[in-house]
Write a protein that binds this ligand. Structure first.
Ligand code: GRF
Length: 205
C-alpha cells in the first residue's frame, strides 16, 4: 500500500505528502546533497541515493534506480521534483503506477521554466498538474489540476510560490485517490470515481 517518492532537491512536495499521512516507505534521490533527504530522515522515512553521475548511460542508471525502488515493493512511485528524464523501459515497468507533479496547467508549458514562460505568454491563469507518467515527457493522463491567478507585478518567483502552495494540497490528494483505488485510466484520460473535484481554481473554490 505504500509509496516510494523520488526527489532531486528541496523536497517540499515530498514533505507535504508525508505530512498528509500518506504511507511512504522510502525517499530516493539522484543527488546525494538533495535537501529533502534530511527532511525525510527527520520523518523517520528510509532514504536512498542513486547518483546518476556514476552511470555511463540512462539505461544503467534507471536499472539501478528500479532495483532500489523495488526493494520496497511500492504500490505507487511518485516523482516530486525529480529532475531526470526516465527511459521508456523504466516508464513501462511502472506503467499505471508512476505519477508526477508538473508546475503548469498541462498541456500548456511542458518542460522547464514554466513560471517564466507562463508570464511571458501573458496567460491570466497558471497552476499545476498531477499526471500519470508515460514515455512522452509531461504528456501522460491528467489526474488533477489546480489553478491560480497570474497577478500584476508577479515575478516568476512570486508566481512559483503561489503555484507551490497549490501543489502541496493537490499532490497528496491525488495520491490518496490512487491508493484508495479511485482512479481509472481510460486511454489518455483519467476518470476519478466518487465526487471529487479534480480541477481546483484556488481563488474560486
Ligand atoms: C515543484 O514545483 C514541482 O512541481 C516541480 O519541481 C518542483 C519541486 O519542488 N516538478 P520540491 O522539490 O517539491 O520542493
Amino acid at each position: 500500500m505504500s509509496v516510494v517518492v523520488l526527489i532531486s532537491g528541496r523536497g517540499s512536495n515530498m514533505q507535504a505528502i508525508l505530512e498528509a499521512g500518506i504511507p511512504v516507505s522510502a525517499v530516493i534521490s539522484n543527488k546525494a546533497d538533495a535537501a529533502g533527504l534530511a527532511v525525510a530522515a527527520r520523518h523517520g522515512v528510509a532514504t536512498g541515493v542513486v547518483e546518476h553521475r556514476r552511470f555511463a548511460t540512462r539505461e544503467a542508471f534507471d536499472a539501478e534506480l528500479a532495483a532500489e525502488i523495488d526493494r520496497h515493493s511500492p504500490r505507487l512511485v511518485a516523482l516530486a521534483g525529480f529532475m531526470r528524464v526516465l527511459t521508456p523501459a523504466f516508464v513501462a515497468r511502472y506503467a499505471g503506477r508512476l505519477v508526477n507533479i508538473h508546475p503548469s496547467l498541462l498541456p500548456e508549458f511542458p518542460g522547464l521554466d514554466t513560471h517564466a514562460r507562463a508570464q511571458a505568454a501573458g496567460v491570466k491563469r497558471h497552476g499545476c498538474t498531477v499526471h500519470f507518467v508515460t514515455a512522452e515527457l509531461d504528456h501522460g493522463p491528467i489526474i488533477a489540476q489546480a489553478s491560480v491567478p497570474v497577478l500584476p507585478g508577479d515575478t516568476p518567483a512570486t508566481l512559483a510560490a503561489r503555484v507551490l502552495q497549490q501543489e502541496h494540497q493537490l499532490y497528496p490528494r491525488a495520491i490518496r485517490w490512487f491508493l484508495d483505488g479511485e482512479l481509472v485510466i481510460e486511454g489518455n484520460q483519467v476518470r476519478v470515481k466518487g465526487n471529487h473535484a479534480h480541477v481546483v481554481d484556488s481563488d474560486r473554490a
